[in-house]
Design a binder for this molecule. Structure first.
Ligand SMILES: N[C@@H](CCC(=O)N[C@@H](CS)C(=O)NCC(=O)O)C(=O)O
Length: 246
C-alpha cells in the first residue's frame, strides 16, 4: 500500500496544488493508497525520520523538505516531488495509459515550468484565504511567516485587497490560463490532445487550489470555470473520476 503525505486542514479536504498533482496521479493509475495528513512545521522532522529526500534548498542553503511525498511499502520506495512520483508510478505500475508517456518528458517539464512561472499572482488571491479559512493553526502560522512576506503582507488581520486590486489580480490569473488556452486547439480536450496526462493534472491542481480557497459555491469559482469558452469547466467535470480521497 502507498502512503501519500498531504497537508491537513480544517475542511478535511485536500487543498494543496503540489499534492493534488500526486493525488490525481495515484487515482489515475488506480493504485491503492492512504493519506497521512500533516502540518507544515511537521514536514521536515517527519520526512527526515521517513528518509525522504529534500526537493530543493532554502535561501540559507539548508535542505527544503516538501509535500507531496509517497512511501510505497510494497517496494520500499520513498519519493519526494510530484513529477518524480508520476514517473515512479508509470514505471512501477505500468498501465496502458501513462502519466508521462515516453517522449513527452521534456515537453511536459517545460509546460509545468510555464505554469509555475506564472502562478505568482494567484498567490495573493488564494494564500490569505487558505490561511484564514482552510489550514489549521500550526500551518497558518508557518504560512503567515514564510509565505505572506513574499506578497508584501505584514499583518493579515488588517490586510485587504480593494475591489480594483482583486479584479486586477484575477485578470492576471485569467491571463495565465488564457496563455494555455491559446496554445491548445479548440478540439483538444487535454494538453496532449485526445490523451490525458500529468500535464492536465498540473493545470487541474491549480484549479483545485483556487476552489479550496474561494469555495466551490462562490461567484469567483463560477467565473473562473466559465473562462475560455468553458474549457476549464469541461476539464474539471471530466476529472471528477480522479478526485477520490483515500
Ligand atoms: N517540485 C515539488 C514542489 C513541492 C512544493 O513546493 N511543496 C510545497 C507546498 S506547495 C511545500 O511542501 N512547501 C514546504 C515549505 O514551504 O516548507 C513538487 O512538485 O512536489
Amino acid at each position: 500500500m502507498i502512503t501519500l503525505y498531504d497537508f491537513d486542514s480544517k475542511t478535511k479536504h485536500p487543498w494543496n496544488v503540489s499534492v493534488w498533482k500526486a493525488r490525481y496521479s495515484l487515482n489515475f493509475k488506480k493504485v491503492p493508497y492512504k493519506t497521512i495528513w500533516i502540518e507544515y512545521p511537521d514536514i521536515e522532522p517527519t520526512m527526515k525520520k521517513l528518509g525522504a529526500r529534500p526537493t530543493s534548498l532554502r535561501g540559507d542553503g539548508s535542505p527544503m523538505y516538501t509535500l507531496p511525498v509517497i512511501h510505497d511499502d510494497s517496494t520500499g520506495a520513498i519519493i519526494s516531488d510530484s513529477a518524480l512520483i508520476a514517473e515512479y508510478l508509470d514505471k512501477t505500475y505500468p498501465t496502458s495509459t501513462e502519466l508521462i508517456p515516453r517522449g513527452t518528458h521534456t515537453l511536459q517539464a517545460a509546460f509545468r515550468g510555464l505554469i509555475e512561472s506564472k502562478m505568482f499572482p494567484l498567490g495573493l488571491l488564494v494564500v490569505p484565504e487558505l490561511i484564514r479559512e482552510v489550514v489549521n493553526g500550526p500551518s497558518a502560522e508557518y504560512m503567515t511567516s514564510h509565505y505572506l512576506p513574499k506578497f508584501g503582507i505584514s499583518d493579515l488581520a488588517t490586510w485587504t485587497l480593494s475591489e480594483e486590486q482583486r479584479i486586477a489580480e484575477w485578470d492576471k490569473v485569467k491571463e495565465l490560463l488564457g496563455s494555455v488556452h491559446v496554445m491548445m486547439k479548440a478540439e483538444d480536450k487535454w494538453i496532449m490532445g485526445d490523451e490525458i496526462s500529468f500535464a492536465d493534472f498540473a493545470v487541474a491542481s491549480v484549479f483545485e487550489m483556487i476552489k479550496a480557497a474561494v469555495g466551490k459555491g462562490s461567484e469567483d469559482w463560477k467565473r473562473v470555470l466559465s473562462w475560455h469558452d468553458g474549457r476549464w469547466d469541461r476539464m474539471m467535470t471530466e476529472l471528477e473520476r480522479y478526485r477520490a480521497i483515500y
